[in-house]
Structures are given as C-alpha cells and as structure tokens.
Design a protein around this ligand. Structure first.
Ligand code: FMN
Length: 151
C-alpha cells in the first residue's frame, strides 16, 4: 500500500485544516496516511513512506527564511537525509499583507529537493483559511501527487 506522511506547522489552524483535507483525499484513494505536527516529527519518518508532504505557514519575525520557529529543527534535519526515490509536495497558508507571502513553502520545497526526492506537484499557496476555491485546488494538488505515484 502507498504510504503518505503529512507534516504540518500551524499556529491558528489554517495549515492543520489543509493537512486534514489532503489526508482525506489520500485516504479516499486507499493510501495509508500518517499526519503529525512538525515539532513532534522526525525527518526519518519520511524515509519510511512513498510520498512526503509539508504543509506550513510563514512567519516573519526575523527567523531564517520565515520558517515557523517550531519547524526549524525539522527544516535543518532535512539537510542530512537521503530521500532518493520519494515524491514530495509542499503547500501552505500565508497572508498577502506580508511582502514575503508564503516563502516558507518555497524554502521547504528547496530543502526537500536537495534530499534527492522529486517534486510531484507545483507548490500550492493559500491565502489565510482555505476557501471553497482553495479546497478544490488542494484536491487537485493531491490528485496530481496521486497520479505521479500511480503513473
Ligand atoms: C506575526 C506574524 C507574521 C506573519 N508573517 C507572514 C509572512 O511573512 N508571510 C506570509 O505569507 N504570512 C505571514 N503571516 C500570516 C500567517 O502565515 C497566516 O496567518 C497563516 O494563515 C497562518 O497559518 P495557521 O493558521 O496554520 O497558523 C504572519 C502572521 C503573523 C501573526
């Protein structure tokens, strides 16, 4: 069975909601899904699955790359793991009020790309809480990843 690991960082629930939407999409396809909050997750969990997903908000408080504080260890640990043969995807919520809209999504995608994993769908950025339109985009994002794994 195809295994999926979804790691999320969420302060006010938007990214957790997005992670839950994706988890349901993968479960509906018959994939085995494990979902966990980023500070409670080790990068080694990605080594045990086929599809690796990061869902993260962006936080501009001067921290490196506007990565959420609680996600920095996970972010750096990705430097030391080989995920060759895996597919990855990244999405996240942000606020266009900030000049660095959703940049944490791009940073996680870059970090995952250097593990040897292959990006299975373009990164998806959502404005604040996912709207109906965003939910359709999340479903399409999941479907692209499913097609990539099954293709
Ligand atoms: C202090 C602060 C700084 C933020 N900085 C950014 C930023 O640089 N870029 C961005 O896109 N969003 C920024 N945001 C917006 C959050 O990423 C956005 O509210 C997001 O939906 C939070 O996701 P969550 O509900 O999963 O915690 C910031 C929010 C706060 C409160």
């Amino acid at each position: 069975m195809t295994k999926v690991k979804i790691v999320y960082a969420s302060m006010t629930g938007n990214d957790e909601d997005m992670a839950d939407i994706l988890a349901e999409d993968f479960e509906d396809t018959g994939f085995e899904v494990d979902i966990s909050e980023i500070s409670q997750t080790e990068v080694e969990d990605f080594a045990a699955v086929d599809l690796c997903l990061v869902v993260s908000y962006t936080y501009s408080d001067g921290l490196e790359g506007n990565i959420p504080d609680e996600g920095l260890d996970f972010y750096h640990d990705l430097e030391d793991i080989d995920l060759t043969g895996k597919i990855f995807g990244v999405c996240g919520s942000g606020d266009t009020f900030y000049p660095d809209f959703c940049v944490a999504v791009d940073h996680f995608a870059q970090q995952l790309a250097q593990t040897g994993a292959v990006q299975g769908a373009p990164s998806l950025k959502v404005e604040l809480a996912p709207s109906q339109d965003d939910i359709q985009k999340l479903d399409a994002f999941a479907q692209q990843l499913i097609d990539r794994i099954q293709g």
